[in-house]
Design a protein around this ligand. Structure first.
Ligand SMILES: [Zn+2]
Length: 150
């Protein structure tokens, strides 16, 4: 189970709790490297979170939306690889300070994943989610990308 802060893969389980009603196993862990604590949820179906859209509307979090988004953006990956990416994002979401998460934050998490995987998919996704409407903005996006990925 990867640490959401430093990506180290070993952690101690401090506390474990089974939540029968939603079939999620909750574990409190401590990273062996950075010592930060985080919570993991094993077997994550549709996790109980709310997404706050740009227009202020609140809707239920749906894993399918991320699945579709990754399917479109990185069709080169296997289904399992995509599922792992989503699991990592969901773990961050579950460790978010509130159960209501701005959609923009989720988009940024997706972009962070894409950035390392596939630059073209990253740029394509970013143009949609960052409201890039002009060639100048588009150019800036690519320049920023190149700056941070040398
Ligand atoms: Zn860590």
């Amino acid at each position: 189970m990867m640490c959401p802060y430093c990506a180290f893969t070993e952690s101690n389980v401090l506390e474990s709790r089974d939540a029968e009603e939603n079939k999620v196993n909750r574990r409190r862990r401590e990273c062996l490297q950075c010592k930060k604590r985080f919570t993991t949820y094993e077997r994550v179906g549709n996790i109980d979170l709310k997404v706050v859209k740009k227009n202020g509307r609140v809707e239920d979090y749906r894993r399918e939306k991320l699945e579709r988004c990754f399917e479109k953006a990185c069709w080169k990956l296997t289904e399992e690889e995509r599922a792992n990416l989503i699991d990592e994002i969901e773990m961050k979401l579950l460790n978010w300070e509130s159960v209501e998460i701005p959609s923009r934050e989720i988009a940024l998490m997706v972009m962070e994943k894409l950035k390392n995987l596939d630059p073209v998919a990253y740029i394509r996704f970013a143009t949609v989610y960052l409201d890039v409407n002009s060639i100048d903005d588009f150019e800036k996006l690519i320049i920023d990308y190149k700056k941070t990925n040398k």
